[in-house]
Design a protein around this ligand. Sequence first.
Ligand code: ADP
Length: 232
Amino acid sequence: MQDITQRKTDEQRKDDFLSIASHELKTPVTTLKGSLQLLDRYKGHLEHPIVPKLIDQANVSVMKIINLMDDLLNTTRTNEGQLHLNKTKFVLVEMLNQCCHHVRIEGKHQLVLQGDQQLQVFADEARIDQVVVNLVNNAAKYAANSTEIYLIVEDLGDKARVSVKDAGPGIPEDKLPHLFERYYRADYSGIQYSGLGLGLYISAEIVKRHGGEIGVTSQLGLGSTFWFTLPY
Ligand code: ADP
């Protein structure tokens, strides 16, 4: 007799994940197909006002597909231990100023930068940018009514801390320990959000590879603060 409960649970998790991933990919692909079909009708009338709108729509869909594929590829790389770091010295605030243009352009949220303006770290700038983008995207998605999203830089003596703070609905305490697990998606508000449950997992892997820590504090009704540290 052999206990195969764990294997069965893992298989079930993988099946669930595959069906969510396919569904998540299908949505933007269907929208993209719709935009292209419509564009096809306007082939001979490119000056028609609907054409730029359709191109924008198609671009948004393509970005969604690229982001999903990036998440999937990053997860595979992390699992295979292939997440290589390309470290350089850079000023955190400068990186934060450059990141998340898509959120700034959309105009629904204001990104407010606070804290140490000079603080430098030695880290993989593109990967840390990716972590911040994940946290800001989550804040914009789950804290849709939080007009301001704060990006805070602090010098903790032997490490730097970056926090992304929203004034959204907050997260129940019992869910907090699981948020950084692979495929974990907290469904507590009754609203159906799209996502693969990989963003925080990948962010945690990137921060851990830098020797840092990642965490969250949250209070229901008041908002959430996701933070990570980078040792000097
Ligand atoms: P995804 O967004 O694809 O579900 P993540 O790993 O990025 O995956 O996030 C895991 C879960 O954490 C989300 O499903 C969501 O329930 C919760 N979460 C993340 N960020 C926030 C936030 N700023 N406010 C409330 N809940 C959040």
